[in-house]
Design a protein around this ligand. Structure first.
Ligand SMILES: Nc1ncnc2c1ncn2[C@@H]1O[C@H](COP(=O)(O)OP(=O)(O)OP(=O)(O)O)[C@@H](O)[C@H]1O
Length: 290
């Protein structure tokens, strides 16, 4: 089943920036990273998916139109924004009471069970919790909601490395299953690349790449050619070549791995390196057109 389907999705803000007409197809049961530089259009895309802004084009989330059927759609959707905003004056047990009161799919016992694994006291006020604890509390609330789609916009912003790691591990172990879909944006690509099943790269409101991590691993190969094979490797038209300590490192798209292995050392590129090359290229192409 398809979780999110967009055709020609367009949301232009005053000033001309925004999302310039994108196609998306996200099947259920995937963990998808929406990745792009500052101002790329990630939050605008998420806002359209969450039915928070009107848009042009067609968009279906869990079979519904988010703008016209937001209330029904949100019964199956959960969202964590980049700032874990919880009322600072509330005590933790009051937060639990509140969510229990407003969300039909909230399992309070499950949230409390999760909180037991943290240092968060139920009688503590939100304002006295550390940033990491607020994120843990937020996560406890979200994980106790039986949603089909979880949308996370920079969920670990401002957290230290330990909290960030714990956040994703908990999410994977205690929340994700194959009926659920997670859509996450983050600038910390290295930290999520191992948990993603799919990647969407977005830049200047346009999609540069949309593929599964498995396909990316097949498609893209990094090669450190031997000195005597550098020219032969260049003839295979790498997407990019850079020098590391005087040695050439090339990135290829769609050249068979065994062909490249004959020319030197090959490895799978890190998502962050792929991002830098593809985003750099889309900027260069834009420059060429302009
Ligand atoms: N309400 C608005 N009015 C005018 N321009 C806006 C508005 N919201 C966003 N923009 C512009 O649209 C573009 C996309 O913004 P968006 O917030 O979607 O990017 P983003 O990829 O989430 O960026 P970041 O990683 O910095 O959060 C940016 O150039 C931004 O300045």
């Amino acid at each position: 089943m398809t979780c999110i389907e967009a055709r020609g999705l367009r949301k232009i803000h005053r000033g001309g920036k925004g999302v310039q007409g994108i196609d998306l197809s996200i099947p259920s049961g995937r963990i998808v990273g929406l990745i792009g530089p500052n101002g790329a259009g990630k939050t605008t895309t998420l806002n359209a998916i969450l039915g928070l802004v009107p848009y042009e084009g067609s968009l279906k989330v869990l079979g519904r139109d988010p703008w016209r059927e937001r209330e029904a759609m949100m019964q199956d959707v959960c969202f964590i924004a980049d700032v874990a905003l919880l009322p600072r004056w509330m005590k933790v047990w009051q937060v639990l009471d509140y969510v229990e009161g407003v969300h039909p799919r909230f399992d309070r016992a499950r949230a409390e069970q999760f909180l037991l694994k943290t240092d968060i006291q139920k009688k503590a006020r939100v304002r006295n919790l550390s940033k990491g604890m607020v994120a843990q509390l937020h996560l406890a609330l979200v994980m106790a909601i039986d949603a089909k789609l979880l949308v996370l916009d920079e969920p670990t912003l401002g957290l230290d490395l330990l909290y960030r790691r714990e956040f994703y591990i908990t999410l994977l172990n205690d929340y994700f299953d194959h009926d659920r879909t997670i859509l996450v944006t983050t600038h910390q690509i290295e930290e999520i690349e191992d948990i993603l099943t799919d990647v969407i790269l977005i830049g200047d409101g346009r999609i540069t790449l949309q593929d599964s991590m498995d396909n990316l691993a097949q498609r893209f190969v990094e090669l450190k050619p031997r000195p005597d094979t550098v020219e032969a490797a260049r003839a295979l038209r790498p997407l990019n070549e850079r020098l590391i300590l005087g040695q050439s490192l090339m990135l290829f798209d769609g050249v068979p791995q065994n062909e490249l292995a004959a020319l030197g050392e090959t490895r799978q590129p890190k998502l962050a390196d792929l991002f830098l090359v593809l985003m750099g290229q889309s900027r260069l192409n834009k420059g060429a057109v302009a």
